[in-house]
Structures are given as C-alpha cells and as structure tokens.
Design a protein around this ligand. Structure first.
Ligand code: ARG
Length: 438
C-alpha cells in the first residue's frame, strides 16, 4: 500500500518493495510521527489552509490511531512502505476523504526529519538520566569504600591511592559524557518541519508555530540542510562511542579486579554467570558484555559517517540507513548504563587484599625519596638510593617500612626515625595535594 503511484504503469517488484520498506524499524517513530502531524494540522488551520473542522477531524483520527497503537488494538504491520504511510493510510481509512488533506504542504522528507529529531531529543534526555543515576552510584560506592589500594601505571603497582579516588575518575568521565550529550541536544534543537521536500512551499505556512508547538528553539534556517541533516544522529553516536569507551575501561578493571590474580572485588551473583563445564567458575559476563558491545556502537558511528559522506543535497534514500544503527546504539547504551549501575552497586571491595597489594608493591618508594629530598638530597640522587633499597627489600622479601633504621642508614645517613611516619601509607595521603585522594 503506497502513498504514490499515479505516474507508474507497472507495479513495484516484490523484491524492491521489501528492499525499500522501512516499516519494520521506523515503527519505533510512531509517537513522534503522530505528534508531528498534529502540530502540522494545527498550524494549517491557524494559517487558514485547513478549516477548523478539518483540523479537528484529522486530530481526532490521529489521536484514535495513537491510543489504539498504545493499547495494542492496532498493530504496526502490513505491506506499508514506512510508518508515515501507515499512519496516513490508517487515518484515511478512519476519517475518510478529509484525511487526505493531512499531507498538504509537507513531504515525507521534512516529516521523517522532524520525527527523528524529536525522537533523538527524547532519547538523549533518557540517556542523561541514566548517566546521572550511574554517577550517583559511583559516588555512593566511593564513599562507602574509602580504602587504600594500589594505583597503577603500565598495570604495575605505582603509588598508593584510595578506591574512592580511583572509582571517582569514572565519575569525572561520565560528567563530561553528560555535557557532550547536553551540547548535542542544544545543537540539534531546531525544527525541520516546513522545509517540505527540499524547497519550502508556496502555502503561507508558519514554521515558527510548529517549531514552538513541538518544543524546538526555532525552525532551521536552510531548507536543503533541514531535510538532509543527520549530524545530530552522528553527533550522538559519537558521544555514545566516547561514553562506551569509558564504560569499557571500567568493565576491564572490574574483570581484572574480580580475577583470583587481583582478588580486589567480588561481583554479586546477580550480575555473574557460571560455566557449563567448570563447576567452580563464576564469570564477570556483565562487564564483558559491556566491553564487547562497545564495538557495535563504534560500528554504528562509522556506518553513518560513511553513509553520509557522499550524499549530494538534499534528501536521498541512503539516509534511511540512519535508523537501525541509531536505534540499536540507543538500546545498547541505555542497557549498558543500567547494567553497569546494578553491577557496581552490588560489588564488595576486599579491603585486606587491596591493602596487602599496597604493602607488597613498594608504593611508598616515591614518598621515601621525597623524605631524603626534604633532608637536603637532590631528587635524582634520592631516586637512586631508594631504588637500591627496593632491590635490597626484594631480596629480603620485606617492605621499606619493615627494615630497620640501621639497615636504612647503610644506604644514606640522612635517614632518621621519623622516616617511618613519613612513609606510612595513610600519612602520605594526609599531606599536601594528596589529601584530594581521600
Ligand atoms: N523511510 C524514509 C527514511 O527513513 C522516509 C522518507 C522517505 N522520503 C522519500 N522521499 N521517499 O528516510
């Protein structure tokens, strides 16, 4: 069933019809399509292009379609070309000839553009809500676990930090992710409705009215750009890709920490899975899936950038490819944010193990060098002296704080008893800018 056909002599090939149809996925846009149409007819009546009765009849028909879809009475299926055809043909079926007036001064090109912008805006706000909820959990887990743990560079134990400071790094990343999405919303907040096919219309319509009605800041400035701009989809996919990169890094750390090799955390049974052959196994599948699904979001970004790169102005059917990639990424991002939130709020930190790792890692070596510097030694010389002490400790299987003052004095006579207090792990965190680590 089609909205066109007058100039055709032959019916469309069945293969072509299936190839062209987007109903299977653009049905997701049913709400926005009806919302856009209602704003459009309201504007047509206000501008005297439709009568008030026509407007009321069309609006009533659209409302009944919407409520039937939402109450599962009307199913979005059949051989319609897309959601726009589905809604319009159902409207005509319900209210008769007057339904054919809905598409006055409109093209499916500005129709799909406004539908998708409305949807993208709505879903972007949903993503922000889920980012915020995850940020809250990170703060809570951090506050509850302000324990010492090794900080790493090159995945080698480097200096002492706290679990709180470590996990709060992700809070900072997610705060930037949120700003990026907010910025994308701000940029996309213009209405393309009224651009029509590509060149506007001869009717005296009011684009500012529909823009306001639909909650946009203003109508777009340029008709050709308005119908063929998909930057906002690409921009959101780009924000999502950066965010998934962050979630993937966090997942990687949770996977490492839950291994027996680290043994820093316990992921709750609720967010773990077992093995069909190895009875002892408990696997961090939630974190692995988030890490893995990052690939499909990057893939969508690349797919859309590539689809758009060679398209001449204005609308071309290539753009229909935007939806599946975008919808899939949205689902992925929303579920990953929720799963990460659940998993993170259920983890237990093994405080003794993180502390033992601190003790075994010479994580006060830098501070020991700072001690000598405070006593007058040049940092480069202090670095060498402490390096020799670390070598000595390794042979004795001891931490720096575990060897005697006499032994320390063999390396430098600047050492006094106060060194032990100076290199105490908790104390190191109480000095200078390091207090921020707490
Ligand atoms: N299904 C189309 C899309 O997603 C809708 C716009 C169709 N426009 C057209 N001139 N055929 O892009």
């Amino acid at each position: 069933m089609k909205l066109w056909g007058g100039r055709f002599k032959k019916a469309e090939n069945k293969l072509m019809e299936d190839f062209n149809s987007s109903l299977g996925f653009d049905k997701t846009l049913y709400y926005e399509d009806i919302q856009g149409s209602k704003a459009h007819v309201k504007m047509l009546a206000k501008c005297g292009i439709l009568t008030q009765e026509e407007c009321e009849s069309i609006t009533g028909g659209l409302n009944s379609i919407l409520s039937d879809i939402e109450n599962d009475v009307l199913h979005i299926e059949g051989d319609y070309e897309d959601i726009h055809s589905f809604v319009e043909m159902n409207l005509i079926e319900r209210i008769g000839q007057v339904g054919k007036k809905l598409h006055t001064s409109r093209s499916r090109n500005d129709q799909v553009a406004v539908d998708l912008r409305l949807y993208a805006k709505k879903k972007a706000f949903e993503v922000i809500e889920d980012i915020d909820a995850l940020r809250d959990v990170i703060v809570k887990v951090g506050e509850e676990n302000n324990f010492l743990m090794p900080g790493y560079t090159h995945l080698q134990r480097a200096q002492v930090v706290t679990f709180k400071h470590h996990i709060m790094a992700y809070h900072n990343m997610l705060s930037r992710d949120k700003k990026r999405v907010e910025n994308a919303i701000e940029i996309m907040d213009e209405s393309p409705l009224g651009c029509c096919a590509l060149a506007g219309t001869t009717y005296n319509i009011d684009r500012s009215f529909t823009a306001k009605e639909l909650g946009f800041k203003k109508p777009v400035d340029n008709f050709l750009d308005g119908v063929s701009d998909r930057d906002y989809v690409i921009e959101l996919l780009s924000c999502f890709s950066i965010m998934m990169m962050h979630l993937s890094r966090l997942s990687e750390e949770l996977i490492l920490w839950s291994s027996k090799e680290f043994d820093f955390i316990l992921i709750d049974d609720e967010f773990s899975t077992g093995s069909s052959i190895m009875p002892q196994k408990k696997n961090p599948d939630a974190a692995e899936l988030i890490r893995g699904k990052t690939g499909r979001v990057y893939g969508s970004l690349m797919a859309l950038l590539t689809t758009m790169k060679g398209i001449p102005l204005a609308y071309n059917k290539d753009m229909q490819e935007d939806k599946e990639q975008f919808f899939n990424s949205l689902d992925t991002v929303l579920s990953c944010l929720k799963i990460m939130r659940g998993m993170l709020s259920s983890i237990k930190i093994k405080k003794e193990n993180t502390f033992n790792a601190v003790k075994k890692g010479f994580l006060n070596a830098t501070e020991a060098a700072d001690y000598l510097v405070n006593k007058g030694m040049a940092f480069r010389d202090a670095h060498k002296v402490i390096g020799e002490i670390v070598l000595y400790c390794e042979e004795k299987d001891k931490a720096i704080e575990d060897i005697s003052l006499e032994e320390l004095k063999n390396f430098s006579d600047l050492f006094e008893h106060d060194v032990y207090e100076f290199i105490d792990y908790e104390n190191t965190l109480s000095r200078g800018i390091k207090t921020e680590l707490k």
